[in-house]
Design a protein. Structure first.
Length: 118
């Protein structure tokens, strides 16, 4: 059974930094894209950043220049380095990935809370 386990959320002051991690565990044959999404209270879930197997990345305009997504393929782990955090970045952050076991499907983590105080 595949699981995505996130860690690294917490409370930080505006201007501070946090690093989120998400490890995929289970009988994994391969992982295609990995990504981070977030959902603020009363808002729809939005895509924050994606990273392909080869390392190409895409970011939401709201986080460009402040957030960096990376992955360690040997550890089946994706990271999100968040710098210059703003109160608007407050949300539950979810990782997701397209993973092949016997078939290929999308998996989601349970979410980790990030709170940025002003």
């Amino acid at each position: 059974q595949v699981q995505l386990v996130e860690s690294g959320g917490g409370l930080v002051q505006a201007g501070g930094s946090l690093r989120l991690s998400c490890a995929a565990t289970g009988n994994i044959r391969s992982i295609n894209y990995m990504a981070w999404h977030r959902q603020a209270p009363g808002k729809q879930r939005e895509l924050v950043a994606t990273i392909a197997t080869g390392g190409s990345t895409n970011y939401a305009d709201s986080v460009k220049g402040r957030f960096t997504i990376s992955r360690d393929n040997a550890k089946n782990t994706v990271y999100l380095q968040m710098n210059s955090l703003k109160p608007d970045d407050t949300a539950v952050y979810y990782c997701n990935a397209e993973i092949r076991v016997f078939v290929t499907r999308t998996y989601w983590g349970q979410g980790t809370q990030v709170t940025v105080s002003s």
